[in-house]
Design a protein around this ligand. Structure first.
Ligand code: ARG
Length: 267
């Protein structure tokens, strides 16, 4: 009937209006929230491979801590930013910066010519060198002596690069690990004869490994490295803030305090 048809029409209008209102409310609420890959001007999303003590570490699912973390927190604070640090792993860190999942990476990252093709780096904030870690009774005293031996490195790091440079990219003794603690663990149980990694990390492990069981070796071929905070190439906005914050904390003594806490001479 006509009345039924009219009622039906009215019903449709009610449903349509309710639907429209719901859509409006949802967009209004959702509008304030940023999706994972968008950046929010006041939040600095930072990725790290939190398995590189004392620069970055995480016990279980606990807080990520370390020298780098305190540095980036201080930088953010100096710039009035809120910092959110997440563990991405090492390979994952480069991917996360690429995809915009994070705004920056801090992870004892050496500034290299190769990396500079794809990323921009802050001013250098830390000097490092490679260091070889071997059992105390090892006959190794130079990098060259590692020829024919099994060498553990973290894949995609400058530690791997120096070994590849010395023995060739396809050297069969090279053992690549996803993280450096994995390589150290295998050294401890004798699955590799040496580990090559950044001096700060190797020296930190020396304090934790059984006393007198390991020694470190420098090699003349190891070149000085500088760590930088990494952003996607062209992300000037974030890089400028990071450099500005870094300068501030270097000038006001905050950086030195953090440095002292992690690398100062123990009394
Ligand atoms: N400095 C070395 C590099 O850039 C090793 C850094 C590894 N960092 C880490 N958090 N796992 O290749």
């Amino acid at each position: 009937s006509k009345r039924e048809a009219k009622g039906l029409k009215k019903g449709r209008w009610v449903i349509a209006s309710v639907f429209l209102a719901a859509v409006l409310v949802l967009t209004a609420c959702g509008g304030g929230q940023k999706s994972g890959s968008e950046s929010d001007g006041n939040v600095l999303r930072v990725g790290t491979d939190a398995a590189y003590p004392p620069f970055e570490k995480q016990e279980g699912s606990g807080e990520i801590t370390g020298f780098d973390i305190e540095v980036i927190q201080a930088i953010a604070e100096a710039e009035g930013l809120e910092v959110r640090v997440q563990h991405t792993g090492w390979d994952g860190l480069f991917e996360a910066v690429d995809s915009g999942k994070v705004d920056a990476g801090i992870s004892a990252i050496t500034i290299t010519v190769e990396r500079k093709k794809k990323y921009d780096f802050s001013e250098p904030y830390f000097e490092a060198k490679q260091l070889i870690l071997v059992p105390k009774d090892s006959d190794v005293s130079t990098l060259e002596d590692l020829k024919g031996k099994k060498i553990g490195v973290q894949s995609g790091t400058t530690g791997e690069i120096v070994v590849q440079k010395a023995f060739g990219k396809t050297y069969e003794g090279i053992r690549g690990y996803d993280d450096t603690p994995g390589a150290i663990d295998d050294l401890v149980i004798g699955r590799v004869d040496a580990v090559v990694a950044d001096n700060g990390v190797v020296l930190d492990y020396m304090k934790k490994l059984p006393e007198g069981k390991f020694k470190t070796i420098e090699d003349n071929s190891f070149e000085p490295e500088s760590y930088g905070i990494m952003v996607k190439k062209g992300n000037k906005e974030v890089l400028d803030k990071i450099n500005s914050g870094l300068k501030k904390i270097q000038e006001d003594g905050t950086f030195d305090k953090i440095y002292e806490k992690y690398f100062g001479q123990e009394s």
